[in-house]
Design a protein around this ligand. Structure first.
Ligand code: AMP
Length: 221
């Protein structure tokens, strides 16, 4: 099964993606995670994209097409994939549909998660990420304080380098979140409507408990 999950930042794509890959035995391909990993490893790609990502803008279409082609060519992607964070622009969507057609492949479902902007800003203000396993948590659910270790992988605070295990992404600051929401509305939603011309698209209400949202997703998958 090949699935694309789309939605504004903070709508719950990451949480739902973890569930979907377990249930449907597909590989999770998050372009945001791949780029953040490149920044952390200090690769050429990482150096190229850091300032664009921190500002909440989008990385160039050409670079993203190259990145996604490489990733889908890897062996583990053969069993099926869940794309999270790609495509993000009409140009990426068009190029992607053409690329899959050439490979005689297709997308079985496009999920577009929706939630009002104010709810998203509220959620992202408390979002923290583990610098080791990339798991995302919310301070609201942790009593307002970031723990000194990651409850998922056990990564500890690095006292010598004053590096906490859990950090707030630079692009989760409120003003940047508002900018990313606008980028979503202006560029990524139009990309979704392009995908809809080629594949089955389902809008998913992202409001409510993660388990309820998961059920809505399962009922369309
Ligand atoms: P995400 O983790 O999906 O919110 O992505 C974080 C950031 O990575 C975005 O704000 C962009 O700067 C960059 N990014 C991720 N995926 C793409 C894409 N498909 N096209 C352009 N930029 C992307």
């Amino acid at each position: 099964m090949n699935i694309i999950i789309m939605g504004p930042p903070g709508v719950g794509k990451g949480t739902q993606s973890h569930r979907i890959i377990e249930h449907h035995n597909v590989v999770h391909i998050s372009t945001g995670d791949i780029l953040r990993m490149a920044i952390r490893s200090g690769t050429d790609l990482g150096k190229k994209v850091k300032s664009v990502m921190d500002s909440g803008d989008l990385v160039s279409d050409d670079l993203m097409m190259e990145l996604i082609k490489d990733r889908l060519n890897q062996e583990d992607a053969k069993k099926g994939w869940l794309l999270d964070g790609f495509p993000r622009t009409p140009k990426q969507a068009e190029a992607f549909v053409a690329m899959l057609k050439e490979l005689n492949s297709k997308v079985d479902a496009v999920l577009v998660m929706r939630a009002p902007a104010e709810e998203i800003v509220r959620r992202l203000a408390g979002r923290i990420t583990c610098r080791s396993c990339n798991e995302v948590m919310n301070l609201i659910g942790l009593g307002g304080n970031a723990p000194k270790y990651c409850p998922f992988c056990g990564e500890h605070e690095d006292n010598n380098r004053h590096k906490p295990a859990l950090y707030q992404r630079a692009d989760d600051a409120e003003e940047t979140v508002r900018h990313r929401l606008e980028v979503f509305r202006k560029k990524t939603l139009p990309a979704a409507w392009i995908l809809e011309e080629a594949y089955q698209l389902h809008e998913i209400d992202g409001i409510g408990r993660p388990a309820d949202v998961a059920q809505r997703i399962e009922s369309v998958l």
